[in-house]
Write a protein that binds this ligand. Sequence first.
Ligand code: AMP
Length: 300
Amino acid sequence: MRVIRAVAAMQRLADRLRSGGRLGFVPTMGHLHEGHLSLVRICRKHSDFVVVSIFVNPTQFGPDEDLRQYPRDFGRDRGLLDREGTDVIFYPSAEAMYPAGFATYVRVEELTQGLCGRFRPVHFQGVTTVVAKLFNIVRPDLAVFGQKDAQQAFVIRRMARDLDFGTKIIIAPTIREPDGLAMSSRNCYLTRAQRMQAPVLYRSLKLGRRLVQEGEQNPATVKRRMRQVIKKESGARMQYIEIVDTEELKPVKRIKGRVLIALAAFLGRTRLIDNIIVRLRNNRQERQGRQERKTTDKHR
Ligand code: AMP
């Protein structure tokens, strides 16, 4: 496994690897956990060479966010990636990625307006800019992103399509702790008491999914029930719960087809996000769910 720090050296090495097979890429901010490693494994399956980047990207953090305290442990990350059979770690400095005079940004419109974008105004522009740069440096055949950050993955997929990167975007499932909490580098900020409460977010998402699968089509009802669970079972402060379509990420008026239920909440000062995609297979199934729900409601 090689560790490359300079942009030009990474470009040269990527060009060489690409001439020998399919080049897969997993961008990360490090402090790796099983969620990241699952992306590396998926990448490995679909490619001949795997490049993983570790870069805590300053442009995607707002002025009051956690750039300075974001956890970093390159030595540990390096060991984990070596064990996964990673071929190259790209580990640039902030100065290498954003040299003096840097002035160009990539922005995906619309998709970045709602959900997290509403509360983190500079975030997605930072993400798309750094991923565009990383794609230009590595020029991967495919890149793997996690559904954990669903809006990010959808935004990057749109950027890759709109700007003709020619990189296939694979979205990988969210890896969770045994109690359901989505793995995140930020979970280490949680106190013991907050860590005990945190799985309520996934429990509320599962409740949302169940309600939808049972035929509930009113997003306001689903969101209200989810909020109740979170309020009753934790001290979490909700930032948002939204039910959106999976193309434009716009709130749906009536739930049908395939929807993304996404949320963000603060436990103390730690902001956690999670989501679930619900697919309703067909209208008959929806009607059947509604019918079954009516019957069970009668018997309550
Ligand atoms: P980050 O280091 O947090 O920027 O994440 C790097 C990549 O790992 C992104 O594509 C994330 O969506 C993905 N990721 C983070 N947490 C998880 C998780 N629990 N399961 C799957 N993928 C994840």
